[in-house]
Design a protein around this ligand. Structure first.
Ligand code: ADP
Ligand code: MG
Length: 274
């Protein structure tokens, strides 16, 4: 695939992430707030009266069996799917249901899809550079020279994702796990306030999973992180507060020990794996 084609695809994935001047207001409450959200597909309620709040800086894990509505929930938060009823707020100022997908992204909500989509032909450094290139304040054009502070930002992100030693290697040589970290790094270039991460450790080795746990844990506090994940061992290793989704609503919420000892949860989800 030519670089230009890849670039066009990339733009679609990143939805023209351009930070805006209207910061999220979390002085009086959570960073993300979903109330009584319902969405049906052909009469089937994929999300059913869902209530969820995420605090600023929180790392939240969302678990639940296949078809529980986890990905649909992320589609609603990011503006990809419009719910039939309910409210979705980003801080106390931004009603996400009145906003388009690119507008929501530009507020600082970054989404990491399951499949990594880095530019294999470009170096790790160039991939991070490009992730900023959609921000017109940084690059008036793609070929413009980068300001030193953005070079520093790339250095910081390389440190965070642990790919400093590989910064001049083409992304194509990276392992599956390293590509996932690079993609998280590309989201971090935009300094998101909320990161949504869908099944980050699918296909990873044990060692890569451990490193991903460290990475996601290190991001919390600086930004809010919502991780949807199937792998229970992984969730246990990073979990603070866990939400169990089932048939489109919250079945249980609490620490990993609380939810994994909940009889309802054992019945619908953990029981599956036992
Ligand atoms: N665009 C859609 N059209 C029809 N059904 C959908 C659509 N998106 C999701 N669904 C259905 O909604 C349910 C929840 O799906 P999903 O959110 O992908 O669950 P999860 O991510 O928890 O596995 C599933 O039964 C799925 O088939
Ligand atoms: Mg899913």
């Amino acid at each position: 695939m030519s670089i230009m084609t890849e670039l066009a695809n990339r733009d679609r994935v990143f939805n023209f992430l351009t930070p805006t001047d209207s910061p999220v207001d979390v002085r009086h409450g959570p960073i993300l707030y979903l109330e009584d959200v319902t969405v049906s597909f052909d009469g089937f309620r994929a999300i059913n009266d869902l209530n969820l709040t995420i605090d600023d800086g929180e790392l939240r894990c969302i678990i639940g069996p296949n078809g529980a509505g986890k990905t649909t929930m992320m589609d609603i938060i990011t503006g990809k799917t419009a719910p039939d009823t309910g409210s979705v707020w980003f801080g106390s100022r931004h009603n996400l249901l009145t906003m388009s997908e690119p507008e929501i992204a530009s507020l600082g909500i970054g989404r990491k899809f399951q499949k990594p989509s880095v530019f294999e032909a470009l170096t790790v450094f160039e991939n991070l550079e490009l992730a900023m290139a959609t921000d017109k304040r940084v690059f008036p054009t793609l070929t413009a020279t980068m300001k030193p502070e953005y070079r520093d930002r790339i250095g910081e992100v390389l440190e965070t994702i642990g790919l400093k030693d590989l910064m001049h290697r083409p992304a194509g040589i990276l392992s599956h796990g390293q590509k996932q970290w690079l993609e998280i790094g590309m989201l971090l270039m935009q300094r998101p306030r909320l990161l949504l991460v869908d099944e980050p450790v699918a296909g990873m080795t044990e060692q890569e999973m451990e490193r991903t746990a460290e990475l996601l844990t290190s991001l919390a506090g600086k930004q809010s992180v919502v991780v949807v994940e199937h792998d229970m061992g992984f969730v246990r290793s990073i979990a603070r507060k866990v939400t169990v989704l089932h048939q489109g609503s919250v079945l249980a919420e609490g620490t990993m020990d609380q939810v994994s000892n909940d009889p309802e949860v054992i019945k619908v989800y953990l029981g599956e794996e036992a």
